[in-house]
Design a protein around this ligand. Structure first.
Ligand code: ADP
Length: 190
């Protein structure tokens, strides 16, 4: 199995790139944001739990998120490998992911990070908000809050995976194809 964490701040382009990479490397793409949004739309118990946190640009509590991720792994037990998009976002989630990988006798091969400046992110997300219908993209203050949460709670994971020699940063500004190329260069060497 090859398991990759696609990392970066909100609006870095993780979802867009994951869609190309999953085809190219035959991996299952798990976007925790997408799973939450699906559950909100279908008014499930999980959706109701997640909704108020997401709307404010806050993280959904670890316990809820980790349980959800574990379920997604179970649903895809035959996978060749995974692209994790939006997970882990805290150190507790990273620890839990490590254990879940151990249980499957596999591991995280790499964290591949899209690096993009904050002001570019805000612009991209406001632009996306015009068509995405996402409540958390509609308002600049909520977008800025998500970026703040990223720096306060999530950015430390760079060090976490650097310590394991698994962190690979990639310039996230350029055309979609160029960026796919940069990510592929990293993945091909794993
Ligand atoms: P983006 O990367 O554009 O912020 P996502 O779709 O990945 O968007 O996530 C949207 C929201 O879903 C987050 O702001 C958060 O509220 C919730 N969420 C997604 N993944 C996680 C996670 N791993 N832990 C906690 N909350 C999460």
């Amino acid at each position: 199995m090859t398991n990759i964490i696609l990392f970066g701040p909100p609006g870095a382009g993780k979802g867009t790139q994951a869609n190309f990479l999953k085809e190219k490397y035959n991996l299952v793409h798990i976007s925790t944001g997408d799973v939450f949004r699906y559950n909100i739309k279908n008014e499930t118990q999980l959706g109701n739990l997640a909704k108020s946190f997401m709307a404010k640009g806050k993280l959904v509590p670890d316990e809820i998120t980790i349980d959800m991720l574990s379920n997604e792994l179970d649903k895809n037990s035959g996978a060749n490998g995974f692209i994790f998009d939006g997970f882990p976002r805290t150190e507790a989630q990273a620890e839990a992911l490590g254990h879940l990988m151990d249980d499957k006798d596999t591991n995280i091969a790499a964290m591949v990070a899209l690096e993009v400046d904050d002001e570019v992110l805000v612009k991209r997300l406001l632009e996306r908000g015009k068509t995405s219908g996402r409540a958390d993209d509609a308002e600049e203050s909520i977008i800025r809050n998500r970026i703040k949460v990223y720096y306060n709670e999530t950015a430390i994971l760079k060090k976490y995976y650097q310590k394991q020699n698994k962190y690979h940063g990639v310039d996230g500004v350029g055309s979609i194809e160029e960026i796919t190329e940069r990510l592929s260069d990293v993945i091909d060497k794993l």
